[in-house]
Design a protein around this ligand. Structure first.
Ligand code: KIV
Length: 276
């Protein structure tokens, strides 16, 4: 078996090789994602949207995140398992952030956490790293701030906004992040951030110039067909296959062709005769 991936290994990969990250939210997908050989598996708060059916990521709770971190952590033996800190589980204070990150690690079994934003949360990042919890940053489109951003919009489109993103990435790296997710940022800006930033950048909707890429597993597999972001690539259309299988089951039940003899249990004829 390959050696388990650690946060220092991810940090050291900068400039050496491209990194890959996938989301997973349960045991079977944890197993499949790990088997694919990706470097990192994120239990993203996208859980709220693609699994729990919410409109955004704001309402998922720390307990719900931990509930889903547990099976993924049990499934994954190689990739670095990262748990997303949900909205308001780290912003209010350093103390709260430490307690909640500690719960993600101890109860959820993750080996690192991710949080969104820069400025306000830099002391939280520093404290977590000092406490021994590796932290992944996330800047650009930060979905937990969707209300303030006015929607799921591309960020860093002006020179001033782009400069701010470069500064945020440097501040997060300085605070101790081992890598930083760049979401929905124009490709040339993500490239500039990647050049300037000493830790790996993991892009989602940020072009090929990042050090690595992440996608939501439901988008890749075509499992979630309500909405596909422009930046996501569908490598399969599983919702069609699943839909076909479920419809065939219903039809066969209605026609009486399922279950067949091969799916049924028989019994001794003599025993059966005793009944009548
Ligand atoms: O919640 C999530 O899935 C994420 C990724 C898109 C990076 O934050």
């Amino acid at each position: 078996m390959d050696k388990p991936v650690t946060a220092p290994m991810i940090k050291q990969a900068k400039g050496q090789r491209r990194l890959s990250m996938l989301t997973a939210y349960d045991y079977p997908f944890g197993l499949l994602a790990d088997k694919s050989g990706v470097d990192m598996i994120l239990i993203g708060d996208s859980l709220a949207m693609v699994v729990l059916g919410h409109e955004d990521t704001l309402s998922v709770t720390l307990d719900e995140m931990i509930h889903h971190c547990k099976p993924v952590s049990r499934a994954v033996t190689r990739a670095l398992v990262i748990g997303d800190m949900p909205f308001m589980s780290y912003e209010p204070s350093v103390e709260l952030a430490l307690i909640n990150a500690g719960r993600m690690v101890r109860e959820g079994g993750v080996r690192a956490v991710k949080l969104e934003g820069a400025g306000l949360v830099l002391p939280q990042v520093e404290a977590m790293v000092q406490a021994g919890i590796p932290v992944q940053g996330h800047i650009g489109l930060t979905p937990q701030r969707v209300a303030q951003l006015g929607g799921f919009k591309v960020q860093g489109k002006t020179a001033e906004a782009a400069k701010k993103l470069v500064d945020e990435s440097l501040a997060l790296a300085e605070a101790g992040c081992f890598s930083i997710v760049l979401e929905a940022i124009p490709a040339p800006i993500a490239e500039k951030i990647t050049e300037a930033c000493p830790v790996p950048t993991i892009g989602i909707g940020a072009g090929v110039g990042c050090d690595g890429q992440v996608l939501v597993i439901h988008d890749i597999l075509g499992l979630y067909d309500q909405f596909l972001p422009k930046f996501a690539k569908q490598y399969a259309k599983l919702s069609e296959n699943i839909g076909d299988a479920l419809t065939r089951f219903r039809e066969e039940v209605e026609q009486g062709s399922f279950p067949g003899p091969e799916h049924s249990f028989s019994m001794d004829e003599d025993e059966l005769k005793k009944l009548y």
